[in-house]
Write a protein that binds this ligand. Structure first.
Ligand code: ZN
Length: 170
């Protein structure tokens, strides 16, 4: 990862549905070095510019297990996140920066316990609930190549078909 590469990422913007990288399983990050920190910054910029509350590295065109989140409580930068425990369930409509104008009802755990690496290479565990838990689960899905449309009922999928076709054509 070079300065030039980061420049390219910012110029290209958020990867939109239809690009294979959104379906790729992101690779584990062994160490957060300077390049990964730049990438975090680039991802945060893309997210804030799009007024989103989370972004996974796949959405910046890089299949690494990195995500940024800000649901109003400050910027979180995490690598290799994984859910240790889940509690409760809620179904709420969600959107996605890679699927403009698409909204899908998604059932997710209300509360989760997460283990991850922070940008200082420290292993952190924490609990999250409500909107933060939802955002984390959404971004972790991205790192596994999963999108909100995968949760849509078949009726909803038929309804979304035209919209998705238009997104794929870009
Ligand atoms: Zn998304």
């Amino acid at each position: 990862m070079s300065v030039k590469k980061i420049d390219e990422i910012l110029k290209r913007g958020i990867v939109i549905y239809g690009e294979p990288i959104l379906r790729k399983k992101a690779k584990t990050v062994k160490f957060i070095g300077e390049p990964e920190r730049w990438l975090f910054e680039a991802m945060a910029k893309l997210m804030y510019d799009a007024q989103g509350c989370g972004l996974a590295a796949n959405q910046a065109g890089i299949a690494l297990q990195l995500l940024v989140i800000d649901v109003g409580g400050g910027l979180l930068k995490l690598a290799n996140p994984r859910i240790l425990k889940k509690e409760g369930i809620a179904e709420i409509e969600e959107g996605c920066l890679s699927l403009p104008k698409v909204v899908v009802k998604v059932k997710r755990a209300k509360k989760i316990w997460v283990e991850a690496l922070n940008s200082e290479n420290q292993k952190v565990t924490f609990e999250a609930q409500d909107i933060l838990a939802r955002a984390l689960q959404h971004e972790m899905d991205h790192l596994n190549g999963k999108l909100i449309i995968d949760y849509a009922s078949w009726r909803r999928r038929i309804f979304l078909r035209r919209q998705l076709r238009l997104l794929r054509k870009g």
